[in-house]
Design a protein around this ligand. Structure first.
Ligand code: ADP
Length: 592
């Protein structure tokens, strides 16, 4: 008997997929004819006796031959119509529709009584034909299906494990290259194959990012694929339909692009990589024989591809982020180097400026002292005092020299602050009397400019440990600025309080002047920073908007910081019409 080939069976196969035999006879046929027929067709398992539509019975080969072999059997059965045999036969044959599953039919066949187990079963096809099926074929088919089931279970387990591994890989490896190689290795475990490719789609191109099973001399570039616009292009179909396509034999596809470098693999399976309904690429696998991919292979590869797609997309995003980060880092390094160079230049320039201030202040001090000495000598001269205009002229010279002296002193202070050499000689210092003393000489200027100075919120506070000369410079500078930048008729308030932490004195000098734009709140404390126009500079210290050298606030800040305090300005903006005003805040710490 021929070995039975059942490898084509699937889990959902029906009786129609099994090898059957036809042997149907009418009841009036002679037993001899049946015996001859059975002899000529050794694979036929029995005979169906049928009268028109009606099935009268089924003889298995065994039953028939048994009867014929009995004493008188030849006489009774061989020479008479087959219907004679039927009369002695209980109608116990088993019949199934051809659409019945192998699994169910096999179970029913095995449940028959012991003596009937070998008997063939009858299968009814949609065209009305009855055919015979060997019971042992049914049992073989069932065992084949059980095998398939076990393998499928094994595959499922492998798939689950391999998906889990890919998940882990994703967490540890951030590179697309490593991930895709890993994906192909895992795919081979789940669904063994000869060659495989992972490709990503870029417009009408599928460019491979990982390959497996290809000859060594082949590169990814050699297997780049162009998706053709024709509707029958297999790659186009996969991309358009988002379905897997298995080709039983690529040599049957007239459009297939073969390459000489590759041994021919007949079976090809292409599965789309999709993310949220969008195809990002494809996994293709090949096997040498024709028709080598089963529906299970397609299903497994699809399940695998859906996980792989997520992993690939994430790795791709990671790669993008990494390369973006690298670019950013390079830019930061470049910009930092540029900034450092610029800082170095600025520092050199600033040092040059400080040196210049220092040198010129020292150079100016000597001649100023000499001029002041001579001017004072002239002022004491009896003859000149008798002159009607000389004392007034001398007074002017002395005031000018005094101003010059102040400017030079400011320059020296800035140089000291820059060099961190400002000396702070601390002593017990009460703020209110100090500020009253500073303000007193300006009474005349305030009256002239119709400004009011309000000290009503400057209480007597506990004494600070501070340098009286430096604090005089500080408050005088701020008071003069408040007067200078407030138009005639305005107010200047000096307020003071001990902050709730009891460790800090806060003094606020507020004016109703032109205000300061927020973008300049920090800049005004830089040396030489001025907002006014140079042309408007006047030598009058308290004249409206009369500029100075732009050193006052830099010195003030240096003094406050040398005392461990903080100085800043608050002002909603600069406006010479609405006069928003400015408030300079000073925090000075009390001794512990
Ligand atoms: P200057 O010698 O020019 O007064 P400062 O260092 O004292 O230099 O002040 C720097 C700049 O800050 C001034 O030119 C002025 O524009 C601005 N400024 C200082 N105090 C005030 C204020 N109370 N109101 C408005 N602007 C001010």
């Amino acid at each position: 008997m021929q070995p039975i080939e059942l490898s084509h069976l699937r889990l959902d196969s029906t009786l129609a997929d099994l090898p059957h035999h036809d042997f149907t006879v009418p009841p009036d046929i002679l037993g001899r004819t049946v015996a001859e027929e059975l002899e000529q067709r050794p694979t036929v398992p029995g005979v169906i006796v049928q009268n028109g539509e009606e099935v009268l019975g089924v003889f298995s080969r065994r039953q028939f031959l048994e009867r014929v072999g009995r004493p008188y059997g030849v006489e009774i059965y061989l020479n008479r119509p087959i219907s004679v045999m039927i009369k002695n036969l209980a109608p116990t044959y088993l019949a199934f529709l051809s659409t019945q599953t192998v699994q169910n039919a096999a179970e029913a066949a095995l449940h028959r009584s012991q003596g009937l187990l070998d008997d063939p079963v009858v299968v009814l096809f949609p065209d009305g034909r009855l055919r015979l099926l060997h019971s042992y074929v049914l049992i073989l088919a069932q065992s084949h299906l059980l095998n398939l089931l076990t393998n499928l279970e094994k595959n499922r387990r492998q798939l689950a494990e391999s998906l889990e591994r890919i998940g882990r890989e994703l967490a540890t490896s951030r590179s697309l290259d490593k991930l895709t190689k890993r994906i192909l290795k895992e795919l081979d475990k789940v669904m063994p194959h000869e060659r495989a490719l992972v490709m990503l789609q870029e417009e009408e191109d599928l460019y491979p990012i990982a390959m497996r099973g290809f000859p060594e001399q082949m590169t990814l570039n050699d297997v780049r694929i162009r998706i053709r616009p024709t509707a029958d292009d297999v790659f186009r179909r996969i991309v358009d339909t988002q379905e897997a396509i298995a080709l039983a034999d690529v040599t049957q596809d007239p459009e297939w692009q073969f390459t000489d470098k590759l041994p021919l693999n007949h079976s090809w399976l292409g599965v789309p990589l999709t993310i949220q309904g969008r195809v990002i690429g494809m996994i293709s696998v090949t096997r040498p024989p024709t028709n080598a991919f089963t529906a299970d292979d397609v299903m497994l590869t699809r399940a695998f591809a859906s996980q792989a797609a997520v992993a690939i997309e994430n790795a791709r995003l990671n790669d993008e982020i990494d390369s973006f980060n690298t670019q950013l880092e390079q830019m930061v390094v470049q910009r930092t180097a540029e900034l450092n160079r610029a800082y170095a230049i600025l520092e050199r320039l600033d040092k040059t400026k400080s040196d210049f201030i220092n040198v010129s202040a020292h150079e100016l001090r000597t001649p100023i002292t000499v001029i002041r000495g001579y001017a004072q000598m002239l002022a004491g001269n009896q003859q000149l005092q008798a002159d009607s205009t000389a004392p007034m002229l001398l007074d002017g010279i002395l005031t000018g020299i005094q101003r010059l002296h102040q400017v030079v002193n400011n320059m020296l202070d800035v140089a000291k602050i820059d060099a961190n050499t400002l000396q702070v000689v601390r002593e017990e210092l009460f703020l209110r009397p100090l500020i009253e003393k500073i303000a007193a000489p300006y009474e005349h200027d305030l009256i002239q400019r119709r400004l009011t100075l309000d000290l009503s919120e400057l209480p007597h506070m506990p004494p600070l440990a501070a340098d009286p000369d430096l604090l005089t410079k500080l408050f005088e500078g701020l008071l003069v600025n408040a007067i200078k930048y407030t138009p005639d008729g305005g107010q200047v308030y000096i307020r003071g309080r001990v902050l709730p932490d009891s460790n800090t004195a806060e003094i606020a000098i507020q004016d109703t002047g032109i205000g300061i734009a927020p973008e300049n709140h920090t800049l005004i404390f830089e040396k030489f920073f001025q907002m006014g126009e140079l042309a408007l500079h006047s030598s009058g210290r308290t004249k409206f908007k009369g500029g100075g050298a732009g050193l006052g606030l830099a010195i003030a800040k240096g003094i406050v910081e040398a005392h461990g305090g903080r100085l800043w300005v608050e002002s909603v903006g600069y406006d010479e019409t609405t006069l928003p005003g400015s408030t300079f805040f000073i925090h000075l710490p009390y001794p512990n």
